[in-house]
Design a protein around this ligand. Structure first.
Ligand code: HEM
Ligand SMILES: CC(C)=CCC/C(C)=C/CC/C(C)=C/COP(=O)(O)OP(=O)(O)O
Length: 302
């Protein structure tokens, strides 16, 4: 009997840990942190200093997770109205508001302190602005105010490579801004592909996402235009001498596939295609940043 009560307690604790984990939007944060780590590696010819790599990654990850938690705190009523998000811990009540606020504050402050004390103040301040940009400006205001919400708010999601670069060098370098531009231009096709699929849910929740305000066909056109622009922007690392032929070859293949998705979505849409396009956008961004990293070391160690 005692053993059963104990095992139930352990299972309960594990379940709560899992809920805190979900509050951090772990899969999104992992890709965000990956782009920051690539920024760190690209910032120097050899390997970045271990302490900047370690503490920079941890600090940026904690602040990104805090931003994701604040987003769920602010959005709990919207999340409750959409099938995609109604299982989140603050909607189901498995975490209370107090628990979530304390958690988001503690990890956010810890992230800021680590960056300030063990990395550099510039990275700490820029990461804090990024958190405010996503959790404050995008979530609290833009998301509810304009269909351009994710275009402007995308600046927060695009910042991590700049933060990673700053963690290693203490400066904001022009090459880091190219990485920023890639994610910035990638965000609209990434998100609008999903929003096409979830149009009715956003309409029900009264969120002015582009497919709700301007219709699905207009959104498909925008996805296509941003994908064309993205192809041009992803050539910049090669054009500026930051990356070599390996990067260019790989990126053009990834771009061609993304363009094929966007063209099909615009002129030959079939059910399921928006979500496949969304899924590909994630593979695409992972691919671009992996190519940047591999190319950097192939070129550096030649
Ligand atoms: C304002 C900018 C962005 C918006 C509005 C946006 C929106 C979304 C939404 C609504 C989802 C679905 C989440 C879910 O079903 O729980 C999602 C998933 C995802 N996003 Fe984004 N996103 C943005 C930027 C980013 C950035 C910058 C990254 C990474 C660098 C990213 C990576 C991902 C990943 C990996 C997923 C899949 C998560 C999963 O499998 O659960 N997103 N995004
Ligand atoms: C380094 C640092 C502080 C980074 C913060 C940037 C960050 C966490 C960006 C996340 C982007 C994202 C998942 C947006 C979706 O929000 P949404 O509210 O539109 O999506 P939802 O409906 O799934 O909640």
């Amino acid at each position: 009997m005692v053993a059963t009560a104990d095992s139930m307690k352990i299972a309960g604790r594990k379940y709560r840990l899992h809920e805190y984990y979900e509050l951090c939007k772990p899969r999104v944060v992992m890709l965000i942190v990956f782009t920051a780590i690539v920024g760190m590696f690209l910032a120097v010819p050899g390997l970045p200093p271990l302490s900047a790599l370690l503490w920079g990654t941890l600090g940026i990850a904690l602040q990104a997770a805090s931003a994701a938690a604040v987003n769920q705190i602010i959005d709990r009523n919207i999340d409750a109205r959409m099938a995609r998000t109604c299982g989140r811990p603050l909607v189901t009540g498995t975490l209370t508001m107090t628990e979530s606020i304390v958690f988001a504050t503690v990890i956010g402050l810890l992230g800021f302190a680590l960056l300030w004390a063990l990395v550099n103040p510039l990275t700490a301040v820029l990461t804090q602005f990024t958190l405010i940009g996503y959790a404050g400006i995008y979530t609290l205001y833009l998301k509810r105010a304009t269909p351009q919400n994710i275009v402007i708010g995308g600046a927060a999601g695009a910042a991590p490579p700049v933060l990673g670069w700053a963690a290693v060098t203490g400066e904001v370098h022009a090459h880091a801004l190219i990485l920023f531009a890639i994610i910035f231009v990638w965000t609209p096709p990434h998100f609008w592909a999903l929003a096409i699929d979830r149009r009715d849910e956003y309409a029900k929740a009264d969120i002015p996402m582009l497919p709700v305000t301007h219709g699905i066909d207009y959104t498909r056109t925008q996805v296509l235009l941003y994908t064309v622009l993205l192809t041009a922007v992803t050539v910049l690392p090669f054009a500026t001498g930051m990356s070599g032929w390996l990067y260019l070859g790989g990126t053009l293949i990834l771009d061609a596939v993304f363009l094929a998705y966007a063209v099909r979505l615009k002129w030959w849409p079939v059910p399921g295609l928006p979500m496949r396009t969304f899924g590909y956008s994630i593979v695409y961004l992972m691919g671009i940043f992996t190519l940047l990293l591999v190319d950097h070391y192939v070129v550096s160690f030649q």
